[in-house]
Design a protein around this ligand. Structure first.
Ligand code: PEP
Ligand code: MN
Length: 336
């Protein structure tokens, strides 16, 4: 629960109300609001709020900090690394490419080279894979850390990597430029709190069965725990459709942008699970207003250790980028 001071409340009145709130486990957010620590609050205490001259109103929505009510203007997220600079949430549409998971040093360096040659500035650099089945490839894990380190030192690509828990988060924090929280961890609130506190921009993927309200409530955890640079990612949801792995919720893109000031990107690879659908969906995502695209690209998708069936090859990438740039232009934006 969030309690806002009355507009233009007197400082001495604010002070009185603030000390009452602190006694009930509230702490300040900025200068005009106090947020509950989550310990619960009785009806009687709520009644007492109205006795204070500085009491404004209670916000009891499941999300607030990610909403347009809290901030009308788009959040712009600028990420710089060496010569590369991208902005999420503005006129440009950054493209994030790369394999589902890093598989070897040679493969990773080649992928980085290929992406760079295509003008892509952001790379998926995943070591820890949250897989549905324990029998599937789990990522290189710690053994691959030296690869991530090399990528971070030797390329100017902005690296996105995903931890499955707080320990992996600490490890990745040193080399990744953007931390991804995957669909299976969207509701891992302890991980969200830890991720917010390490100070790196975060891509938060929508839980595969989450409503937009739940998604934005998860984003509120990140914002409340101190990370303002949050990028929402629509990645498909679970439905009765069986011709796709998940159902791309294209309407969620403009809807999220109406509800929230945060940038919204789209992942056509996990949303469809099918390589042949990825280009059309990427274009649809841009047309629907996405602030970025993240797609899986692999040198030899048929040999990929994970998600080969939804990966494009590097030969297919230039054509997609060309067409994506045209759609971006048609909606008065530019692909970068
Ligand atoms: C990924 O992007 O690597 C991933 C695992 O995606 P998701 O969490 O959307 O399944
Ligand atoms: Mn994948």
């Amino acid at each position: 629960m969030l309690v806002l001071f009355k507009k233009n409340a007197l400082p001495e009145d604010k002070e009185k109300f603030a000390s009452f709130l602190k006694e009930h486990c509230f702490s300040p957010i900025g200068t005009e609001a106090y947020v509950s620590c989550g310990a619960g609050i009785s009806e009687a205490t709520l009644q007492e709020f109205t006795d204070f001259a500085a009491f404004g109103r209670i916000i009891d929505d499941s999300f607030y900090f990610s909403s347009r009510t809290f901030q009308e203007k788009n959040t712009l997220i600028t990420i710089e690394k060496k010569a590369n600079r991208v902005v999420f949430g503005g006129e440009s549409i950054p493209f994030i490419g790369g394999p589902c998971s890093l598989e070897s040093e040679e493969m990773a360096l080649k992928a980085a080279e290929n992406l760079k040659n295509c003008g892509v500035k952001l790379m998926r650099a995943m070591l820890f894979k949250p897989r549905t089945s324990p029998h599937s490839f789990q990522g290189l894990g710690l053994e691959g850390l030296s690869i991530l380190k090399r990528l971070s030192q030797e390329t100017s690509l902005i690296l996105v990597s995903e931890p499955r828990d707080s320990e992996e988060l600490e490890i990745l924090a040193e080399y990744a430029d953007i931390i991804q929280i995957g669909t299976r961890n969207m509701s891992n609130f302890q991980l969200l709190k830890s991720a917010a506190s390490i100070g790196k921009p975060i891509i938060l993927k929508r839980g595969m069965s989450s409503t937009l309200e739940e998604f934005l409530a998860a984003a509120d955890y990140l914002l409340l725990w101190g990370q303002r640079n949050v990028i929402l990612c629509e990645r498909g949801i679970r439905t009765f459709n069986s011709y796709v792995r998940f159902t791309p919720d294209i309407a969620a893109i403009p809807e999220l942008k109406e509800l929230s000031h945060l940038p919204v990107i789209f992942d056509p690879s996990h949303a469809s699970g099918k390589t042949s659908l990825v280009p059309s969906l990427a274009l649809a995502g841009i047309a629907a207003g996405a602030d970025g695209i993240m797609a899986e690209i692999h040198e030899t998708p048929e040999k990929a250790l994970s998600d080969g069936k939804q990966s494009l090859s590097f030969e297919e990438l230039p054509n997609l980028l060309e067409r994506a740039a045209l759609v971006a232009k048609a909606v008065s934006r530019s692909l970068e």
